[in-house]
Design a protein around this ligand. Structure first.
Ligand SMILES: C[S@@+](CC[C@H](N)C(=O)[O-])C[C@H]1O[C@@H](n2cnc3c(N)ncnc32)[C@H](O)[C@@H]1O
Length: 322
């Protein structure tokens, strides 16, 4: 009988044995030599197209990144110039090439339990919610964030109750979603987690998977991965969520786009629900539908009157939502 390549025991020993250099963006190292001419007009056009298709505002300092990532598309398609590539992209309107173009230009940096202060807040919050709890992770990247959410739900609600809970994990980038669905990671990416979490939520790889971990199937089973573009007019979501995570993606959008996204979130939050933002994102100046509740957590304005507003300002200064 073949032995499974994912084992349950000794995860800590294997974790300690494997250390690899940190990689900010796996498989996306920059390249120095330029094979293709890359004009300001080419970059301006790329900026216009990615803004139109994904809402992403590429800043000037992303010029080299845009070159190196899209140069691969030119090579793959045997094209000689960016102009040719961009002309073909627009003229052919091939969904697969638009997908590759978008995947190439997203920034997917993430980590397990990133901005860790949100997870105890989520844990306290879901204990007071009616089952089944549902959470939407709207910029899920390679899966670390939705898995951290699912793990938090298990810790807060217990294995049995968490089985009813669901996490919808969406992103515009199909490549990162595939990685999230696979649920396999390098040991380095989980080495900062507690021994309890490692044991409870991961299997260690052996043989061809040595040096890796895989999220346990019961955690994986709580999550549905799907592509969703936050700049789409209609998200085609028929359920409401207890909490929405929208962290470290709005920074790539301009203010009007942020406002549109927040107005689409509003009807999707259950009464009393929460919206979590990234540390450098502030929605207070973008919408009146949500107000600050703690450091970077938001609640719906429609949920409360003056009393709630008073509580909010207190929490906003203390940074510890009740
Ligand atoms: C920097 S990562 C943040 C990941 C995670 N939320 C976190 O905070 O660790 C930003 C993610 O937003 C996604 N993204 C960018 N534009 C998007 C859009 N229009 N719709 C959905 N996701 C988008 C990217 O593909 C990327 O995976």
């Amino acid at each position: 009988m073949r032995r499974s390549l994912w084992q349950t025991e000794d995860i800590m020993m294997a974790t300690r044995a494997q250390t690899r250099p940190e990689r900010a963006e796996p498989g996306r190292s920059g390249e120095q030599a330029r094979d293709f001419e890359f004009t300001s007009a080419d970059f301006a056009r790329i900026r216009e197209l990615i803004h139109r298709s994904a809402g992403i505002s590429l800043s000037d300092h992303k010029r080299d990144m845009a070159y190196s990532r899209l140069a691969r598309r030119l090579r793959a398609r045997g094209l000689d110039s960016f102009r040719q590539y961009l002309d073909a992209l627009e003229a052919d309107n091939d969904p697969a090439e638009w997908e590759a173009f978008t995947n190439a230009l997203t920034t997917n940096l993430t980590a397990f339990f990133r901005e860790a202060h949100h997870f105890p807040i989520l844990a306290d919050f879901v204990k007071r919610r009616q089952a089944p709890v549902s959470v939407w992770c709207s910029a899920a990247s390679t899966g670390e964030e939705p898995y951290s959410i699912a793990m938090t739900l298990i810790e807060a609600l217990g294995d049995q109750a968490a089985r009813q809970a669901t996490v919808l994990a969406t992103d515009i980038d199909t490549q990162v979603l595939a990685k999230g669905e696979a649920g396999t990671y390098q040991f380095d990416q989980v080495k900062h987690l507690s021994p309890e979490r490692l044991k409870r939520f991961f299997l260690k790889g052996t043989g061809a998977h040595a040096g890796m971990v895989k999220v346990r199937p019961e955690v994986r089973a709580m999550i549905r991965f799907e592509q969703l573009n936050l700049t789409d007019r209609d998200y085609r979501l028929s359920t409401q969520f207890d909490a929405i995570f929208c962290r470290n993606v709005m920074i790539y959008f301009d203010k009007p786009t942020q406002g549109q996204v927040l107005s689409r979130f509003e009807p999707l939050v259950k009464p009393g629900g929460l919206l979590f933002a990234g540390h450098s994102e502030n929605f207070t100046y973008v919408t009146q539908a949500f107000r600050l509740r703690g450091q970077t957590g938001y609640e719906l304005t429609r949920d409360g009157g003056a009393g709630a507003a008073g509580r909010t300002s207190q929490r906003a200064t203390s940074g510890v939502p009740a």
